[in-house]
Design a protein around this ligand. Structure first.
Ligand code: 48H
Length: 264
């Protein structure tokens, strides 16, 4: 019995890993924007893996504002929450509160049910950069990177990589620093997050969700950091809409490159 349980886990895990070594989209970071994007892409039939450094996916949702585990969303993002079956309560003037735990758990569950596969406790430590294109991610177990063990990583190739790593925009920073890629920003580099201004931050998060260079997209707080947007605190409508926009942009690029069948 004992070894059968171990065998079942080992076999299933390696089946999952083997099937996700070459994928359509590698989503880095399981925060709200990454998980909405993962769900939309998987629901559109794409092969999606989400790589999350921490054991628990959910990013900055769980703690709400200052550990008060409620967050605020705006009315125009409610359709996204409804797609995941997540509830909300009106708190005034087009704003709603959402239980942070319900939101984090609901986004994880919705992305999984749509077919996105999560690899938690896995950190993306580098990118694949070939022929002027970001073409995948370099991964290692988070405890290995945390303990600074000298262990070589493994590689997952993908048609697109989404940087959903939040405030530090780690993947865009790697692309800029290590590959010398000129990013689609005002300066060509990482412009850096600006202080709190809720309305402007919410607006720019969605506006600056974009393709940064061939093969690399950015969403959520990472989009803000890359393009120099304001922060907005525990209001999450912009994050949800950013994830939806990122998925739509990636799907648009895929369908343009696949062309219309019989159209050549
Ligand atoms: C694997 C990684 C790596 C890596 C980081 O920050 P997040 O919650 O992501 P967003 O941008 O979708 O949401 C931002 C929101 O939570 C927030 O912080 C807001 C609204 N702040 C406003 C304010 O004013 O402060 O999640 C990012 C996830 C985390 O879970 C990280 O552990 C993970 O990405 N991550 N995973 N490899 N290299 N880097």
């Amino acid at each position: 019995m004992e070894e059968k349980i171990s065998l079942a886990i080992v076999e299933r895990f390696f089946e999952k890993l083997r099937e996700h070594l070459a994928i359509d989209v590698a989503v880095v970071g399981a925060g709200p924007s990454g998980m909405v994007a993962a769900r939309d892409l998987a629901a559109a039939g794409k092969k999606v893996a989400v790589f999350e450094r921490k054991l628990a996916p959910g990013g900055g949702i769980w703690g709400g504002g200052m550990l008060f585990n409620e967050v605020v969303v705006q009315e125009d993002s409610l359709p996204i929450l409804e797609d995941f079956g997540i509830g909300s309560r009106l708190c005034g003037e087009g704003r709603y509160t959402v239980d942070a735990v319900e939101m984090a758990a609901g986004l994880v569950f919705g992305a999984c049910r749509a077919g996105a596969v999560f690899f938690n406790a896995v950190s993306v430590e580098d990118i694949v950069f070939k022929e002027d294109r970001v073409a995948g991610v370099v991964i290692n177990w988070s405890p290995v990177t945390r303990l600074e063990m000298h262990v070589d990583p493994l590689v997952v190739t993908s048609r697109a990589v989404l940087d959903g790593t939040g405030h530090p925009s780690e993947i865009a920073a790697l692309a800029s620093r290590k590959a010398g890629i000129a990013l689609a920003t005002g300066s060509g580099g990482i412009m850096g997050e600006r202080p709190m201004w809720v309305e402007r931050g919410e607006e720019s998060t969605v506006r600056d969700t974009k393709q940064l260079c061939p093969g690399l997209y950015v969403s959520g707080m990472a989009a803000n950091n890359v393009s120099g947007g304001f922060r907005m605190g525990p209001i999450f409508g912009g994050m949800l809409k950013s994830g939806r926009k990122a998925a739509a942009l990636i799907l648009e690029e895929f369908s343009a490159s696949e062309g219309v069948p019989g159209d050549d």
